[in-house]
Design a protein around this ligand. Sequence first.
Ligand code: ZN
Length: 338
Amino acid sequence: MTETSAPLASLFASALLVANDAPRHQWSEWARDAVAAAQHHCCAYCDAPLDAMCPQRWSVQPVISASLGVPAASEFLRVACKPCANAKGQQDPLAWPEWQRRMPPERVEAVLALRRTALLVAPQHLTPHRPHSPVDAVKEHLLARFAHPRFRAWAWRGREEAFVGWPMARSIHRSTREAMAVLLYGQRATRIPHPKAVLFALPSDRFLEAVWALIELHGWICPVSLHAEPAPESDDWRESWPHTFTSLQDLRRRRRAHERQPLPSPPRDQSQSPSAVSHRRAYAKRREAERRHRDAVAQAGYRSRMGHVDAGRLPPLAFEDWAELYLDSLLHRLPRAL
Ligand SMILES: [Zn+2]
C-alpha cells in the first residue's frame, strides 16, 4: 500500500459503511401474524411449534434478506423460532451450514427452493454470454452462482489502486470466508486493518479479474463513489460490473427495455466459416464436458474433506490451509467468466 492510499482506504470504508446503513423494512403486526398462521405456527427451519400467544418468542423474516438485494415481498417471508432467527440473522441460509446438516433434506430443500425463487428477482450482474444467448444457458450460469451463499460487497477502482470491502460482522460467515480466500490467495489482495470494515486493496489492473471472481462467487458488488479520480474505462466488457438487472430477459439482452445499446459482450471468435463454427462448437462442448467432470471431482473431494473436519474425524484447518483447499476446488468453476 502506498502512503497516499491509507486516507483513500479510510474514505472508502466510511462510504461503504454509510451505504450499508439503509433502514430495514418493517413488517406490520398483521402481516407477521398472517405469515405465521399460513405456516401453521411452525419454525420454517427446525419445525419447532411456536406459541401464537407469545409473539416475542418467534419472528418473521425474509428467507433471504433485503440487505442482499431481494425485494421485500411477503411471499418470501418465513416464520422462525428465536434460536433459528438469531443463528441465521441477515445471512443467506446457505451460509448457515449447521442448519443444513441438522435438518432432514426435504425441509432444507423447501427453504432452498424458495431462496432460488427469491434470488431470481434480485439484482444480478451480467454473465459472460453474448446478447440473445439461449435463456437456459444464462439461467444455468446464474444457478451456478446461486450455489454459493450470496453476499454484498462494495468496490471502487482508482487509477493506481482499487478497494473491495464490506462491513465487519460479529462472526465470519461462510460467504465472507470464501470471498476472503479468493481475494487474499487467489487475487493477492492486501488486507487493510479497519475497526468497522473488512477492507482489501489491490492494484487497479487486477481489479476486474478480482471483482468478477467475486461475482461468480455470488457477490452482489455495489460501486462506491469517492471524491478521487476513478480509473479510466477501457472497452473490456467486464467494465460493466456495476450494472445489475432484475429481469432475466433484460439480463439476457444485456440492456433494459428503455435502453437502446446493450452493454458490451465478451469478444466473438474471429472465423465465421461454417466448418470452423461447427468445429469450434464441438470443441467447446467437449471442453465444457471435461470442465464439468473436473469440477464435480474437485467439489466432491472438497466436500468429503470438509465433512470429515465438521464431523470431528479430522482436525480443523487453519484459514490458510482451508483457503488453499477451497481455491483448488474452485479451479474449474470460476474461470468460466474470465
Ligand atoms: Zn427453529
